[in-house]
Ligand binder design. Structure first.
Ligand code: XMP
Length: 509
């Protein structure tokens, strides 16, 4: 398989670069700059290398550098932002900093349209810049191929060695032709043909596990979330009934969710599924608990205890499945997706289960690829496209003491809100209802009511680290409000949460 190496220097868009390249059907993997040597690069047979951006200045003592030899391996290199400056510096050029040289935001870019890197890019377009330093003197063998009003080396090349550098960020959507430029590098300069297709990956992974896991017993904790669902189904296709899935239903799921999971995995896919209906156990433990962190802790511990009990009944297994995905690996600093340390503690589970090794079938995939894999495996769209849902479930969306009656009320209100948002075609990354602990006076017919207030929450975000509240049109909010107060007993007031994160968080608890 063709592979592009993305060498990470700490930039915030590292993952985006790899994702963009993969969207063009070429496999890209990210390695921190200090986790791969030039010998290893040669051995892996990469078709091209991308140096990412980063927050440093090449002259800082502590700034990340790389072995100069990388420019002489005969493999094309593209440097982006800091990567562009670093390549120029390594090749003998000069990087400078001047008070009025910085560029930030959308900047007009003028390119030499005859250049292969700019095939299909008009002479003038918009690019996204974010830099203080700039390349002031080009290294020998380099020429300029694009400029902005302030920056005469907005893009450069060393044609002989097939080395390119761009000061702007082609990976962000604000760069109008960024995707074209990355594609030109990967196809035009590196000569890739495009052999990364999720369907092939799924088929090959299944075949690999068929060989590797023949006759072995595999255990998977199924949460109903996208990652564990796709991981479980992939394994099921490889080992059939030798995969046992344990689905702990803590009674804190959304409306009909537990049944959907059971219907899908046992009904449609005939999987070996154990559903543990543990609502009573969880509610007993949670009775009288108000403090959010305490709720989380109780749920986490009880989950592990129940899973442990089930695992004991099953006995020793060979493999434990984890739904780890590629961003988890990059963010945890593991660096190499292929080195799996067994017995590393993920979510507390491995400590209590008797198993030989962990398998992580999704460890090479980004979230959107996990969804695509799920669809290609035949998982229903409503399961694959679902929004993120926190492990502690509705417990962190129900303020105050948790009771079965309040949970049922919240489930109804939440289902109505989600339905209205979906019917209106609103794009939002997460949207749900919260049952507050506030009661207020209302009037219905001629009678006074005293009911709970439901808060509606919808956020738009790239990474959930920060988030903005989604501008849901008033008529959609009105419909949701009217339906909830009419259809759900005990609710007489609806409010819409218009706080971003920070200062608020996405969840209320
Ligand atoms: P916050 O509320 O921290 O949420 O802004 C950010 C994202 O994380 C999810 N979230 C959780 N997920 N266990 C999880 O698995 C948790 O305890 C948890 N708390 C928050 C939240 O739904 C949002 O997507």
């Amino acid at each position: 398989m063709e592979k592009i190496l993305v060498i990470a220097f700490g930039g915030q868009y590292n993952q985006l670069i790899a994702r963009r390249i993969r969207e063009d059907n070429v496999y890209a993997e990210i390695k921190p700059f200090n986790k791969i040597t030039t010998d290893e690069i040669l051995k892996e047979g990469y078709k091209g290398i991308v140096f990412t951006g980063g927050p440093n200045s090449v002259y800082d003592e502590k700034s990340p550098h790389y072995d100069k030899n990388v420019l002489n391996l005969g493999i094309p290199v593209l440097g982006i932002c800091y990567g562009h400056q670093l390549i120029n510096y390594m090749a003998g050029g000069t990087v400078s900093s001047a008070e009025n040289s910085s560029e930030y935001g959308k900047i007009p870019l003028y390119v030499d349209t005859k250049e292969p890197l700019f095939d299909g890019v008009p002479e003038k377009s918009i690019c996204w810049m974010s830099h203080n330093d700039f390349v002031s003197v080009l290294p020998e063998g380099f020429t300029a191929i694009a400029r902005t009003d302030k920056c005469c080396y907005a893009a450069v090349k060393d044609e002989k060695r097939r080395i390119y550098g761009v000061q702007f960020h082609p990976e962000v959507s604000h760069t109008e032709y960024g995707k074209t430029i990355l594609k030109n590098f990967v196809y035009g300069v590196c000569g890739c043909k495009g052999d990364w297709h999720i369907g092939n990956f799924v088929a090959e992974t299944i075949e690999e596990y068929k060989r590797k896991l023949n006759g072995k017993k595999v255990l998977c904790a199924l949460s109903g979330g996208v990652d564990s669902s796709v991981a479980a189904l992939l394994l099921h296709k490889a080992v059939g009934k030798n995969l046992v899935c344990v689905f702990v239903d803590h009674g804190l799921l959304r409306k009909s969710e537990g049944d959907l999971v059971e219907k899908t995995f046992r009904g449609e896919f005939d999987m070996n599924l154990i559903r543990v209906n543990a609502e009573d156990r969880f509610l007993t433990k949670l009775a009288g608990v108000i403090e959010p962190e305490k709720k989380r802790k109780i749920i986490g511990e009880e989950f592990i205890r129940i899973f442990e009990e089930e695992a004991k009944k099953i006995g020793k297994v060979d493999y434990l499945v984890q739904g780890t995905i590629y961003p988890d690996i990059i963010e945890s600093g593991r660096g190499d997706a292929s080195t799996i340390k067994s017995h590393h503690n993920v979510g507390g589970l491995p400590d209590v289960i008797d198993f030989e090794e962990i398998i992580e079938p999704l460890r090479y995939l980004f979230k959107d690829e996990v969804r695509a894999a799920g669809l290609s495996l035949g998982l229903p769209r409503e399961l694959v496209m679902r929004q993120p849902f926190p492990g502690p479930g509705l417990a962190v969306r129900l303020i105050g003491e948790i009771t079965k009656a309040k949970l049922d009320t919240l489930r109804e209100a939440d289902a109505i809100f989600r339905e209205e948002v979906e019917n209106a075609g609103i794009i939002s990354n997460q949207y749900f209802a919260v049952l507050t602990d506030t009661k207020s006076v209302g009037v219905m017919g001629d009678a006074r009511t005293y009911g709970y207030t439901v808060a509606l929450r919808a956020v738009s975000t790239d990474d959930f680290m920060t988030a903005d509240w989604t501008r849901i049109p008033f008529d959609v909010l009105e419909r949701a409000s009217s339906r909830i107060t009419n259809e759900v007993k005990g609710i007489n007031r609806i409010v819409y949460d218009i706080t971003s994160k920070p200062p608020a968080t996405v969840e209320w608890e």
